[in-house]
Every structure is written in structure tokens, then in C-alpha cells.
Design a protein around this ligand. Structure first.
Ligand code: NAD
Length: 353
């Protein structure tokens, strides 16, 4: 599929999107990469400083909720392929403002699908709408079992309901209008450039600043964690070698109960910050649970492993070390993103706990 050269990445100023944009810009000089992002609180062009001057990279500030702009950009730039990551991505925010999630994640995705359908109607050969989604669409697991690509959707939070809906629309556009698509559903990502409202960067940031570490419920929620660069390698593979109209589950084969993960994080941070062993763990504070909190997610990633040869390249400990080092070396980035509106959100989110 290398003859297609005009690739639209949506949400490329966010956490995962910026790593996708960097890999595609650096690895495929023959592609023109267009990064479309509305720069919400989660989008940050600082994430892309190293590639912003690259010849094959263009930033387009636009909102996927604005159908007219999206149509116009498809007309003007003639994208052949889309990697769609733009989304409202934080579960807690979806509980306080579900409509924002329907707007961007559902309607925004529809706007992109409609634009692609119109632009590609003459010839869908070698076109692709690659939709990036989450394992949260499958709902919650008991103590055993894994999500596979055929697990029924059973979303529990407004975030996962909006992502599930967008997945269904992508598949429906494939079936109804013949739009070539791929969907991948990935487990929890962590790594550099993640906005510090998500568990791992939030806790790194709080440990650095001697602030409480708010642990939901009994701390026994279980998640599968994947280093962001391993997710991006999987996206690269699925984009180039995946079967059209297929879904791939991506996961780290790496399940952790929150409290065990947090204790490991505290131990590594104690060493990095020259603190006494056990010092950071003293900051752990149990807080009121998140409503509708899914107990356990676990991905069976054997399809992408067997069919495309993908597997994670780093262990959890290695990935966490790299992540912590990045946050310790990028305090200015952290200061910038935690200023202003984020502070209000943070105190609103945790003040009643
Ligand atoms: P993020 O919140 O860090 O970034 C989202 C980006 O989308 C930001 O740059 C933001 O400015 C942009 N955006 C938001 N609304 C927009 C709009 N209306 N128009 C244009 N741009 C808009 O999110 P992330 O964690 O990087 O997640 C990226 C994608 O991957 C999402 O679709 C998410 O559902 C999916 N995903 C995330 C994870 C995870 O653990 N973070 C796991 C699996 C799947």
C-alpha cells in the first residue's frame, strides 16, 4: 500500500497521536503526513517540536465536529488514507460531560466517515479509514478470560459507549458504502507525553510534587498496560499489512491491579528521587470509587501476534523506567500542561473525596 502518500492523522497533537505522527513522518519520507487537531486541553504542539519543520509534515488546526471544514480539507488535500485518533479520551470527564463525548467521538467520527466516503466515492482502491479504539468497548471481565475480536460489545461508561458507537459506525460504513476500514482496540497506554490526568502520569506528577496519590475504591481494579511506542508499532503494522475490514485487538499481555502498579511506581520513584524506601507510598490515599467502574480488562492480542507478527518490545518495568525518566526530564512540559483550566478540573474532580 506504499503508493498512497497523503495520510491524514487526526488527534496527532495528543498523546498516542503525536507518537503515531512522529513514527510516520520519520519512517516514511515518501508520505505526506497531515496532522488535524483542534488543540483541546489534551492537544499540545509541544509534543511535535522535533518534527514540525519536516518537509513531509503539515499541521491543520480543525475541529472534527465541523463537517464543512472537514469536507473542505478533504477536497483541498486529497487524503488517501486516514488514521483517526482524535477523541475525548478521559473516562472521568465523560461522567461529568457525556455530550462532549458524543459530539467528538460519535458525530466527529461520522463527519470524517462522510468526508472520506464523498472524497473516495469514485475509487476506493488503496484507500483506508483506520479507526483507533479501545478495549473498554467490551465492558468488564470477571477474574478470568480475555477480550477477543469477537467478544460482544458491552460498554459501561459514557466514554466507552461513545467509542463503541464510533466503532459500529466505522464498520457500518464498510458494510453499507464499501468504505475500506481497519479498527484496532487497544488496552491502556502509558508513556511520554501523556496528559497527567491519566493514572500513570498523574501519579508520577503527584509523587514529584509530594501530593496525595488518589486510589479509587479498593485499588484492585485490573488493567492491561502497553507502552505507547509498542502500540504505535502495532498501528504501523496494521496500517500497512492488516486485512481490510478487520479488527485487531492490541494489548501488552501485562495485567496489573492498580495498587500493585502504584506500589511499583512508588518504589522506582523513591530510587530516582533519592528518597527513603517507602517514602512515596506514604502518599497513597484511597478515594471514593468512580461510578460504573469496570473491574477488569484483559486483551487477547493473539490475532495481531500470529497474523502480523506483532509483540510488545519492552517489559512493564522497562517501559515505566523510560516513562518516569521522560517526565523527570520534561518538568517544563508538565508545568505547562498542568497550568490553568486543568488545575480547576483537578480540584473539582477530587475535592469531594
Ligand atoms: P488524548 O486525549 O491524549 O488526545 C486526543 C487528541 O484529540 C488531542 O490532541 C485533542 O486536541 C484532539 N481532539 C479532541 N477533540 C477533537 C476534535 N473535536 N477535533 C479535532 N481534534 C480533537 O488521547 P489519547 O490517549 O492519545 O487517545 C487517542 C485515541 O486512542 C483515542 O481515540 C482513544 O480513544 C484511543 N485509545 C486510547 C488509549 C489510551 O490508553 N490512552 C487506549 C486505547 C485507545
Amino acid at each position: 500500500r506504499s503508493e498512497n502518500k497523503r495520510i491524514l492523522i487526526t488527534g496527532g497533537a495528543g498523546f498516542i497521536g503525536s507518537h503515531v505522527a512522529r513514527l510516520f513522518v520519520n519512517k516514511y519520507s515518501e508520505y505526506n503526513i497531515f496532522n488535524l487537531d483542534a488543540l483541546t486541553y489534551a492537544g499540545n504542539l509541544e509534543n511535535l517540536k522535533d518534527i514540525e519543520k519536516s518537509k513531509n509534515y503539515t499541521f491543520l488546526k480543525a475541529d472534527i465536529n465541523d463537517a464543512e471544514s472537514i469536507d473542505r480539507l478533504f477536497d483541498e488535500y486529497k487524503f488517501d488514507r486516514v488514521i483517526h485518533l482524535a477523541a475525548e479520551s478521559h473516562v472521568d470527564r465523560s461522567i461529568t460531560d457525556p455530550l462532549a463525548f458524543v459530539k467528538t467521538n460519535v458525530i466527529g467520527t461520522l463527519n470524517l466517515l462522510n468526508a472520506a466516503k464523498k472524497a473516495w466515492k469514485e475509487d476506493v482502491k488503496d484507500k483506508l479509514f483506520y479507526h483507533i479504539s479501545t478495549d473498554e468497548v467490551y465492558g468488564s471481565l470477571g477474574q478470568t478470560g480475555f477480550f477477543t475480536e469477537t467478544t460482544a460489545y458491552d460498554p459501561n461508561s459514557p466514554y466507552s459507549a461513545s467509542k463503541a458507537s464510533s466503532d459500529h459506525f466505522v464498520r457500518a460504513y464498510g458494510e453499507t458504502y464499501g468504505l475500506p476500514y481497519i479498527i484496532s482496540n487497544c488496552s491502556n497506554n502509558y508513556g511520554p507525553n501523556q496528559f497527567p490526568e491519566k493514572l500513570i502520569p498523574l501519579f508520577i506528577h503527584n509523587i514529584m510534587n509530594n501530593k496525595d496519590l488518589p486510589v479509587y475504591g479498593d485499588g484492585k481494579y485490573t488493567r492491561d498496560w502497553l507502552y505507547v511506542k509498542d502500540h504505535v508499532e502495532a498501528i504501523d503494522l496494521a496500517f500497512h499489512k492488516g486485512e481490510i475490514n478487520e479488527t485487531y485487538n492490541i494489548g501488552g499481555f501485562n495485567e496489573w491491579q492498580n495498587i500493585d502498579l502504584i506500589n511499583m511506581l512508588c518504589q522506582i520513584m523513591d530510587k530516582k528521587l533519592d528518597r527513603k524506601a517507602g517514602e512515596s507510598a506514604k502518599l497513597i490515599t484511597y478515594v471514593k470509587d468512580r461510578p460504573g467502574h469496570d473491574k477488569r480488562y484483559a486483551i487477547d492480542a493473539s490475532k495481531i501476534n500470529k497474523e502480523l507478527g506483532w509483540e510488545p518490545s519492552v517489559t512493564f518495568k522497562q517501559g515505566l523506567e523510560k516513562t518516569i525518566d521522560w517526565y523527570l526530564e520534561n518538568e517544563i512540559w508538565l508545568d505547562n500542561v498542568t497550568r490553568g483550566t486543568y488545575k480547576d478540573y483537578y480540584s473539582e474532580q477530587y475535592h469531594s473525596c
